[in-house]
Design a protein around this ligand. Sequence first.
Ligand code: SF4
Length: 243
Amino acid sequence: MADNALKRLAQSRKPGRWLIAAIESVQESHGAGRVDPGWFHPSDFGNDCDAFLAFKFLGAPAVEDISARSRRIFDHGSGRDYYLKMDVKKAGISLIKNEADRKIVIPHLRIRGELDDWVQNPSTGRRYVVDFKTMNTTEFKALEAVKVSHHRQLHPYMYNKETYEGYVLYEDKNDQELKSMPADFVMTLWQAEIVDRIDRVLTGIRHGLVRRNPPPNDSRCPFYNICSIADIKKLLEQSGLEL
Ligand code: SF4
């Protein structure tokens, strides 16, 4: 058991607290998160900040403090993804024959990633890219259309699979109710928010100047500690990437 958990255990007077402390000692993490220099990942386009995309692309030093509770929230989402993929396969509508079929690579845009599912409607023969998301009850009840950031994320998957229709399947974390929101390919969105944005970010990296559009909670950004002091041109040199 980690030292911090032992300390919490020693301080606790509540019965059974030791059990939670022991579990949480392995759930908390402090690290660099996923690093894949030279590539943009579809989920990263959900973040509106160009500097965030640039730092990810450059493999800049990130700090991600994941609390035990956040880890449980992420694990819940990943667990639901796993079971939904199994269920889509069992339903006989998945076009994914092996795990390699989930991988997408768009070399000229330096995008790579992995989609959740790719399905075919048995009655119409139409194909769709599908992404799974979980959300809290309040958000779920208010949801009337696909969230903008999720719609954006689906575009590289649809482009790669040449499948221009999609859904985001939302699940309420509380009662497991489902909502399937259409998220079709929109050419103007693809051009402005993916293709042109990548061009702007790469040009910015070359010139050492990228837009910073901090979201309200940007202190949670893994690059928060380096953001105002980072030298983008130097990070590019250190990465060894050719642009
Ligand atoms: S700390 Fe804020 S401004 Fe800097 S990269 Fe992150 S989101 Fe963007």
